[in-house]
Ligand binder design. Structure first.
Ligand code: ATP
Length: 383
């Protein structure tokens, strides 16, 4: 077990004559035993960060510390970290059990007896659901099974730090969801500091003790899953979490409400937000936070300002239905729970709780959040 600290780490590459800052001044302290997730789109610098900790890339500036020791110049083998890559490498001529046993036979792990090895392999293969495949060769496995064996090769070996790079990416959605739960259990069991890279926000929310969101080699936000979900630091983070993506609309603050689009739709100003009448803002509304009631069921609001719209598209997504609702020319995506919901052509009234309204500065691209929302997080909202 060990803490991991990155101090102002820089790494750039030369790509076709251009310098790419893959990691650009990254500083982070990861606690002993923490499950730390790095979330970001392709090219954000996630893998380079992981490889820097493993010692597989030489950083240009900054330092890396494991268990309080500066390991910046220490060879990968002596860092006692175990890394699983997205692209899995297995010995083709060895069975699954033999592939898993080999990390337990070398170097500082060579002290295991045959029985202890078998026990560790059994524990890991059971968790990963590949116990029954122990006698098979890699060529006799599916891609998803091979990826789980590769992950098993990492987890079977005791290490100070596990570095996992998109380890579930080759699994189908159902298996991924069940593996997520199992992995968390395994992590808790072994209590080993883990840095886990993903571009899947659900994986990040489900697994992370904390999440670091990266973009263009930089850290955009770091926090507990509920902080990242409920108080995204900017519109980039807000968009990175949630499927369908958060709705972002331009609005104008007007006594306690924010008028959106042509003014037919308004939402409450969230608590503790520093804004004044006349301010122009960007409003973020998550599709799952908007309630759409068929108009006949809803009494008109006292001031007649209840936002009403027309469903122009209704798409079923498993248990939920994704509605595209047109309100005075502005289109909003709304996620409603399954049965009895509004269909295409239905008139709906939309409501949003003030604590579910996210406000950002006006502008293009990633703009920062205004204020904070003070409510207790409900993580299920992310599912
Ligand atoms: P992905 O999710 O696609 O794996 P990532 O967030 O892990 O992306 P990195 O692989 O760390 O991103 O890459 C960050 C940037 O550095 C990218 O622009 C990438 O093209 C570049 N890069 C990474 N490794 C090298 C290399 N060996 N040579 C040149 N450029 C590289």
């Amino acid at each position: 077990m060990a803490t991991v600290s990155l101090v102002d780490v820089h790494k750039s590459f030369n790509k076709g004559g251009n310098t790419i800052d893959a990691v650009d001044g990254l500083s982070v302290d990861i606690a002993d035993g923490e499950f730390f997730v790095i979330l970001g789109p392709s090219g954000a610098g996630k893998t380079t960060t992981l490889k820097s900790v493993a010692g597989l890339v030489d950083i240009d500036a900054g330092s890396i510390h494991i268990g309080g020791n500066d390991v910046t110049l220490v060879e990968p083998y002596n860092r006692n970290v175990a890394m699983a890559f997205e692209s899995y490498a297995l010995y083709p001529q060895k069975t699954v059990a033999e592939n898993l046993a080999s990390p337990l036979k070398s170097g500082r792990t060579g002290r295991y007896t045959e029985a202890e090895r078998a026990e560790r392999i059994d524990q890991v293969t059971s968790t990963l659901g590949i116990n029954h495949l122990q006698k098979r060769f890699p060529r006799e496995l599916s891609n998803g099974q091979r990826q789980r064996v590769a992950l098993g090769r990492v987890l079977v070996r005791p290490a100070d730090v596990y570095l996992l790079d998109e380890p579930l990416s080759h699994l189908d959605a159902k298996l991924r969801a069940s593996m997520r739960a199992e992995l968390k259990q395994l992590g808790a069991m072994s209590n080993t500091t883990t840095i886990y890279v993903t571009h899947d926000y659900q994986e990040a929310l489900a697994l992370g003790d904390r999440i670091a969101v990266m973009r263009d080699g930089r850290l955009v936000q770091i926090g507990r899953p509920e902080e990242i979900w409920h108080q995204p630091a900017d519109t980039f983070v807000a968009k990175a979490l949630g499927q369908p993506e958060i709705n972002l609309l331009d609005g104008v603050v007007d006594s306690g409400r924010i008028r959106l689009g042509d003014g037919t739709f308004d939402v409450p100003v969230p608590p503790s937000t520093p804004c004044q009448r006349g301010d122009r803002v960007r409003v973020g509304l998550r599709p799952c936070d908007i309630q759409a009631d068929i108009q006949a069921d809803v009494a008109p609001s006292a001031d007649g300002s209840a936002p009403r719209g027309c469903v122009v598209l209704a798409e079923r997504l498993g248990r939920n239905v994704e509605l595209t609702v047109d309100i005075g020319g502005t289109q909003l995506i709304v996620l409603t729970a399954g049965r009895g919901g509004a269909g295409e052509g239905a008139e709906v009234a939309l409501t949003v709780a003030d604590t579910d309204v996210h406000l950002f500065e006006i502008g293009d691209g990633a703009t920062p959040r205004l204020g904070t929302s003070g409510h207790e997080p409900v993580l299920e909202a992310a599912q």
